[in-house]
Every structure is written in C-alpha cells, then in structure tokens.
Design a protein around this ligand. Structure first.
Ligand SMILES: CC(C)(COP(=O)(O)OP(=O)(O)OC[C@H]1O[C@@H](n2cnc3c(N)ncnc32)[C@H](O)[C@@H]1OP(=O)(O)O)[C@@H](O)C(=O)NCCC(=O)NCCS
Length: 209
C-alpha cells in the first residue's frame, strides 16, 4: 500500500504530510487563530507548546505505528489545510476518526468534503477499515455541511466528549461503514447519489438549533 502518492480530484489533492511542511503549517495555524480556535483540540492539562516541527514528527510517528494517517489538503498544489485520520483501531472494530481544518482563505471551495471523500475511500479500500467517524460541535455549521454533503449518517450526541477551545464540548457523531458506499464516497457524492438527509440531527438531540 503506497499512501505517499497524492490522490487528486479536480484542483483538490491529499497527500501524506512531510516534515518540511511544518514551517508552512505553523504559519497557517498562527495566521488563522481566530478562525480555528473555537474548533481546535486543546489539552485538559493546560496549554501545550505550539511547535509544528514536533507536531508533524508526532503525526508521522503515529503513521509509522499504524495509529493514524496524516494528510495535507492541497488546492492547485498549495497547502490549504490538514486532514488527519486518527485513532485507527484494528481487529473486530476496524475503525478510525477524521479531523480537518482549512485556512480561511481556502474556505467554501468544497476542498474539505472532496478530501474527506478521498481519505474515507482510501481507508475503506486500502487500509481495509470498516467504519469512519467524524465528530462535530453542534455550533459548527460549516463542518456540519461537510458531513451533510457526503451523506455521513448521524449516530448520536456525545456529551462533553472532546476537549476543544479550553473545555469539554458536546459533539455530534457521524459515521459511514464500508457497506454504505459500495461505489465509494467520492463517486457517490459527485454522481449526486449521497443521501440528503442522512446527517439530519433528530429534534431531541438538537442542542443549538
Ligand atoms: C469546516 C471546514 C473544514 C469546512 O471546509 P471547506 O473546505 O470550507 O468546506 P466547504 O467548501 O464544503 O464549505 C462548507 C460550508 O462552510 C461555509 N462557508 C463557506 N465559505 C465560508 C467562509 N468563507 N467562511 C465561513 N464559512 C464558510 C458554507 O456554509 C459551506 O457550505 P455550502 O458549501 O453549502 O455553502 C472549514 O470551515 C474550517 O476549516 N473551519 C475551521 C476549523 C473547523 O471547524 N474544523 C472542523 C472541526 S469538526
């Protein structure tokens, strides 16, 4: 399995992060503080150092350990953001979770849904995973649109689930299993066959409607 080769759809591509991306990623993260902060994972133990050289090194170590797949998303060859497959569980679970961000100037070009579709397809076909999950804060309308577009299925409300922006935050969980998408996530979406209501949150779980 060669995950080092970029995957492309139109102007959007994903490829494994490289150690030499650290400097640019750090610049993007620092110049997009206001944009990213409300959605960014934080440590319950207090502030941690913000060093992307170390961050990328850790991500690549997790990749070598089989625990994750750290992609960068590119638009016309320019780094737009990161898409991280993390928490890979093998065996009877065969699942993983996807997280992502793009710099503000790249928002609104469907870079993330395209990249999530390609990454999910890689996980199902090449990594032989069975279930892919995305967890989103109820307030994050832009991210909720990503799972809506791709037809990820709403699976439930997780109270105080992930430490984000300095506190434990409720999340909605969305998922796809391999059998949901025999034709692939990207193909299902671009051919207009992604179900429109799969990601709909039932009224009882709507915290911030
Ligand atoms: C969530 C996010 C990754 C979406 O990425 P994207 O590549 O812009 O995705 P899309 O182009 O499909 O846009 C999704 C929605 O964002 C909204 N959006 C578009 N342009 C926007 C902009 N300039 N500013 C704010 N929101 C915008 C629109 O509602 C859009 O839905 P639409 O296409 O139906 O109009 C991106 O907004 C982001 O990085 N946000 C900050 C970090 C974050 O929230 N990460 C996810 C945590 S779960």
């Amino acid at each position: 399995m060669d995950l080092t080769a970029p995957r492309r759809h139109g102007p959007v591509s994903i490829r494994l992060v490289r150690q030499r991306d650290a400097r640019q990623l750090q610049t993007e993260l620092l110049s997009n503080r206001e944009w990213l902060r409300p959605w960014e994972a934080t440590s319950p133990d207090g502030p941690v150092s913000f060093d992307m050289r170390l961050g990328v090194r850790r991500l690549l170590q997790q990749y070598r350990d089989g625990a994750g797949v750290p992609f960068v998303m590119e638009h016309d060859g320019n780094i737009a953001g990161q898409l991280n497959v993390w928490g890979i569980a093998r065996g009877s679970l065969a699942s993983a979770t996807i997280g992502y961000w793009v710099s503000k100037r790249f928002a609104g070009r469907s870079i993330t849904p395209t990249a999530v579709a390609m990454a999910t397809d890689i996980c199902f076909t090449e990594l032989r995973l069975h279930r892919m999950e995305i967890c989103i804060r109820p307030e994050n309308q832009a991210s909720l649109r990503v799972v809506e577009k791709l037809g990820f299925r709403y699976e439930g409300l997780r109270r105080r689930y992930i430490h984000i922006d300095g506190d434990w935050r409720d999340h909605y969980a969305f998922a796809l299993v391999r059998e949901d998408v025999p034709e692939g996530v990207l193909q299902r979406w671009v051919s207009g066959h992604a179900p429109h209501d799969a990601a709909t949150v039932p009224p009882a779980d709507r915290l911030h409607a």
